[in-house]
Design a protein around this ligand. Structure first.
Ligand SMILES: [Zn+2]
Ligand SMILES: [Zn+2]
Length: 340
């Protein structure tokens, strides 16, 4: 195939790849929003993890996501060019590797992505990189399903990087990669949906120790630190980056009753506006997320209403009273370092 033909096909593939990703984004994020935030909102009120996102927030989450979809299309076009140049490991005939490999490859891609996401995510939380790469995503302190692709342009390229990483190194059928992408966006939307759909006992079960929950990622958005993993909890366990309150928070907030503002106050208090048991400082001071969007005025007011504010002396304890009762947070000696 001539260079001009490859270029032409690749250019056509750019909008095609964007449209395909947009279809799944709008179907799943839109479906989750319509179902959870509109149709079943009252019925599921007791399962809300944190404050209800505003329409304004969801608008810019959507706009940022549209920009990311354009970037994903660009990367898709480059991969099509690479495929026709013979640079990728993409195969078309199913019998080239057989069906067992086809299904195994989906699992392998998920594992590769889980690892890729954890380490690139942690890297993007480095103070020198955060503002440039990852701050846009963290503008959503109480994310909605529309936040699934709300990234800065640089982060969108990092997120899209899983495609060339896999397709240049692992023999992959396009259908296997599409299946992985469907899993990816489904889990992504679940993590940002704002509702904890798993029962209270789940996080302590073997399955809950394996799979992350919406509460897990909500804590990450609330605190800007801890809970960096995507699908599985093992990297956070292995590296000691699970939030100290993950697990207990999961069982406190859903079904705790009370108004959403009270639950928001309790969430803010427990999850991180106060010092937490492993001694991490409020992340905005180290990650560069300070500003009017780092926490809404309502959240800050709610948090300050629930906590006394300011650092407690080392080793002291304080009680925080919320809708679900009283939670005691311990401030260990030297409580200023981050989780990571
Ligand atoms: Zn997120
Ligand atoms: Zn993050």
């Amino acid at each position: 195939m001539s260079f001009a033909d490859k270029l032409w096909i690749s250019l056509l593939a750019i909008p095609g790849a964007s449209i395909e990703r947009a279809f799944w984004y709008f179907t799943l994020a839109g479906g989750a929003w319509l179902l959870l935030h509109v149709v079943l909102a009252r019925w599921l009120a007791r399962r809300r993890i944190n404050a209800v996102p505003t329409l304004r927030q969801m608008s810019w989450e959507l706009l940022y996501s549209l920009r990311s979809l354009a970037i994903y299309g660009l990367v898709g076009g480059l991969i099509v060019f690479a495929y026709f140049s013979g640079w990728t490991q993409i195969y078309i005939r199913f019998d080239a590797y057989g069906w067992p490999y086809f299904f195994a490859s989906i699992g392998i891609i998920i594992l590769i992505h889980d690892t890729y996401f954890y380490w690139t995510h942690r890297l993007m939380h480095h103070p020198r990189l955060f503002r440039l790469f990852h701050r846009t995503h963290h503008l959503s302190t109480t994310p909605s399903p529309w936040a699934a692709y709300a990234f800065s342009p640089l982060e969108a390229f990092v997120q899209a990087g899983i495609a060339p990483l896999v397709l240049f190194t692992l023999p992959t059928h396009p259908l296997a990669f599409s299946t992985f992408m469907l899993w990816q966006i489904s889990f992504n939307v679940l993590g940002h949906c704002g509702y904890e759909m798993f029962p209270r006992w789940f996080v302590r079960s073997w399955c809950g120790r394996l799979l992350n929950t919406a509460t897990h990622h909500a804590q990450h958005h609330e605190t800007n630190r801890a809970n960096f993993s995507l699908y599985f909890n093992w990297w956070d366990r292995l590296m000691g980056t699970n939030h100290a309150r993950y697990g207990s928070t999961h069982t406190v907030l859903p079904g705790s009753g009370g108004s959403s503002s009270k639950r928001s106050a309790l969430a803010s208090a427990i999850i991180g506006r106060a010092k937490c048991t492993n001694g991490c400082a409020p992340s905005e001071t180290r990650a560069g997320a300070r500003g009017p969007t780092a926490a809404s005025p309502g959240e800050r007011a709610a948090a300050s209403a629930s906590t006394t504010g300011g650092a407690k002396p080392a080793g002291s304890t304080r009680a925080i009273t919320g809708a679900a009762g009283t939670a005691t947070l311990r401030c260990p000696p030297g409580a200023s370092g981050p989780v990571t």
